[in-house]
Design a protein around this ligand. Structure first.
Ligand code: GDP
Length: 305
């Protein structure tokens, strides 16, 4: 919760800050209040439909609960935000698949360049390493030399092994080596960084399919996740990217980064509503510890701090 509060309050243009500023001007529960709230939700990229539904439900709920004060209304909003999120999926989905017996647990990170894949992998590696788990990273973004270097830097910083291949190597061959190594060394986690070229969808799709087949062959019983990393600060753009990727590859969940200081953080709700894909992790800053499991309740409460 603290991380959310810190992350979401970071700048005064954040979604949370806007909500707070809105509430600071609160006078009474009337039609203007709900109209202005709806406008604010739309501007924060909650999505038009979601904003409309949410406002309507808030209006009804506020009446039902006889909400009059500022705090009454905040409470109703938090409650509705959580309900809206939960309605669209079940809680079990929200957790990363994990098995202590069928190791390694393999998480594949996909998404366009700059979304925050490498950073998220680095943060997660630190989290697991701090828990005393064995982590191996696979640098399967062989297309960009910088990407491999960046992952190696995280590896060094956190103190975990990074499996790399020669420049322009077949990403699937790097994944093959890394999976083998992770099995041999009984690693708890294998985190795979992939290339984020959307310009050539067919190539990207083939590449991801080949990586998934490789993992399937070597580790058929291990839990796997294909996580799409999205830059949350791009708002509705992130939603469009999610739709695009969902067409080319089977996703199991989302990671939303850069929610700190983003005025468009409302997109979390839009994505959940439209994609029915769970947000599994959120990035709340650039530091290694600025990563949290997604919690609709913490998110909603964090918005008001
Ligand atoms: P990749 O190309 O998808 O691997 O993206 P990177 O991991 O290289 O991230 C791109 C930039 O976004 C870097 O400058 C990161 O420090 C920054 N970044 C990643 N996650 C977050 C986050 O949660 N908050 C903030 N503020 N910056 C982030």
């Amino acid at each position: 919760t603290e991380l959310y509060e810190k992350g979401l309050e970071k700048t005064n243009k954040g979604f949370g800050a806007r909500l707070n500023a809105f509430f600071a001007q609160f006078r009474s529960v009337d039609e203007d209040f709900f109209d202005d709230l709806e406008e604010l939700l739309i501007e924060s990229d909650v999505g038009f439909e979601t904003a409309e539904t949410l406002t309507e439900e808030l209006r009804n709920e506020a009446k039902l609960q006889k909400a009059k004060s500022r705090d009454d209304l905040k409470r109703v909003i938090v409650q509705k935000l959580v309900e809206l999120y939960d309605e669209n999926g079940d809680e079990e989905d929200e957790k990363l698949r994990y098995s202590a017996d069928e190791k390694p647990n393999i998480y594949l990170f996909v998404g366009v360049n700059g979304a925050g894949k490498t950073t998220t992998i680095g943060k997660l590696a630190k989290r697991y390493n701090d828990q005393g788990k064995k982590v191996i990273l696979a640098a399967a973004d062989t297309f960009r030399a910088g990407a491999v270097e960046q992952l190696c830097e995280w590896g060094k910083r956190v103190g975990v092994t990074v499996v790399t291949g020669p420049e322009k190597a077949d990403p699937a061959s790097v994944v093959f080596d890394a999976t083998q190594k992770a099995i041999e060394e009984k690693a708890d986690y294998l985190l795979v960084d992939t290339a984020g070229r959307l310009q050539n969808k067919k190539n990207l799709m083939n590449e991801l399919e080949k990586i998934e087949r490789t993992i399937q062959k070597l580790a058929p019983n291990q839990p796997t996740e294909t996580l799409l990393v999205l830059d949350g600060s791009t708002g509705q753009n992130a939603l469009m990217q999610a739709k695009d990727f969902d067409k080319t590859t089977k996703l199991s969940g989302l990671v939303l980064t850069k929610l700190d200081g983003s005025s468009k953080g409302g997109v979390v709700l839009a994505i959940r509503n439209e994609m029915k894909l769970p947000v599994k992790l959120v990035g709340l800053g650039e530091k290694p510890e600025d990563l949290a499991d997604f919690s609709a309740a913490d998110y909603a409460i964090g918005l008001f701090h």
